[in-house]
Write a protein that binds this ligand. Structure first.
Ligand code: 6MZ
Length: 372
């Protein structure tokens, strides 16, 4: 299938970090402004933003820079709006966007006010209709009847479902992690559905985050964990024992952990470009996507950080289809099996939303397929 085919196909994105999905043009604009204010030296950061190849360590250094650029509430609102519009423009019809609520006393930012700025960004989206509140929260806010397009004032507009996951950064303390979980619980009616554990995988101890994650799980929040982005068998086993509803990456699993993952049938968020660029996986030829796909393990193709890795969901599908479709490949698999849309459609089962949303998404896929 050509690239346009992947772009026009409806898609579900379940692993996207807000600050990793910012357009380069926006980052450069923000850097220029801070350069003029003398906060940073623009020429020093320009090449860092535009660089393509990055090790995992460099990626986390880049995040520190991005966080300086996106510090205030207004900018958080702006990037949220842009990121959602960018995903919608390539026909993502359901997006779970994750972000780490940040506290910054010097500018009067609390985790709550950070999240409120994100919610403002969702409301500011104007190229597409956004359904972000769970159905049972406020029915009037959600246009339930329509498929991919909503008719608004006589004109037809696209629609995207957005749900939020709050990330705990591995640099955080137990108390900070717990604060994030409590915030998620308070903001459930506003589209916050779950908790993610992310951040530099070589930083922090599992036991620091465990109390907050356990509490989140007990309270019925969905959980997804960055798991095995670097080798750490003990942590991987502890993570699987928590029975998260999904995990991200699963790059550095040994035989034992594979068996456990497969027996638990936990869906894996696969981020091909990210894994290759950061060297978590040596090359696409040995990527575990093929093994998981061939053993029919639940998986979903995602971007991770579309800005940082200059990718898109469509590009990730294209990469999977072209790389794993090659017959000379050890782990060859036909990503188009079951029809062009099947792999993307499978992701509906793993979303953190109710059956009503799943039903609507299936209809969106069906009608798009009929239009082919
Ligand atoms: C682990 C990652 C990540 O939350 O500020 N993040 N964590 N592994 C990855 N693989 C490359 N990519 C992104 O978005 C940026 C934050 O997401 C996490 C990191 O904690 C990063 O600081 P937010 O919106």
């Amino acid at each position: 299938m050509e690239m346009e085919g992947w772009v026009s196909m409806p898609k579900v994105e379940l692993h996207a970090h807000l600050n990793g999905s910012v357009r380069d043009s926006t980052l450069l604009e923000l850097a220029r402004v801070l350069g003029e204010k003398g906060v940073i030296v623009f020429s020093d950061v320009e090449h860092v933003i535009l660089k393509n190849e990055r090790s995992l360590t460099e990626v986390f250094r880049l995040f520190d820079l991005i966080h300086i650029l996106t510090t205030d509430h207004k900018i958080i609102t702006r990037i949220t709006k842009e990121v959602i519009e960018d995903f919608a423009s390539e026909n993502v019809v359901y997006l779970e966007l994750r972000t780490t609520p940040k506290k910054n006393d010097s500018i009067g930012m609390s985790k709550r006010s950070y999240l409120e700025a994100v919610l403002e960004g969702i409301k500011a989206v104007n190229t597409v209709n956004v359904a972000f509140r769970p159905h049972n929260a406020d029915v009037s806010n959600v246009k339930r009847s329509s498929l991919i397009n909503d008719t608004c004032n006589g004109s037809t507009r696209k629609k995207i479902y957005v749900r939020l996951l709050l990330s705990i950064d591995r640099r955080e303390t137990t108390e900070a992690a717990m604060e994030t979980v409590k915030l998620a619980l308070e903001m459930r009616d506003l589209g916050v559905v779950g908790i993610d554990l992310s951040g530099n995988p070589i930083v922090g101890e599992w036991m620091t985050f465990f109390p907050a994650l356990k509490f989140a799980r007990e309270q019925g929040l969905y959980i997804t964990l960055h798991c095995g982005e670097v080798p750490n068998p003990k942590e991987i086993r502890a993570m699987l024992d928590l029975l998260p509803q999904r995990i991200g990456h699963a790059c550095c699993f040994e035989e034992e952990e594979w068996k456990r993952l497969k027996s638990l049938n936990i869906p894996v968020e696969i981020c091909l470009t990210s894994n290759i660029r950061t060297n978590s996986v040596r090359s696409i030829e040995v990527h575990h996507f093929a093994d998981l796909y061939n053993s029919k393990h639940p998986l979903v193709i995602c971007t991770d950080d579309s800005g940082v890795f200059s990718t898109s969901v469509s590009k990730e599908y294209n990469l999977a289809a072209s790389a794993f479709g090659r017959s000379d490949f050890i782990g060859a698999c036909n990503v188009l099996e079951g029809g062009k849309f099947q792999l993307a459609r499978n992701a509906i089962e793993y979303i953190f939303a109710d059956d009503e949303v799943k039903r609507e998404l299936k209809e969106i896929f069906n009608s798009a397929e009929l239009d082919q």
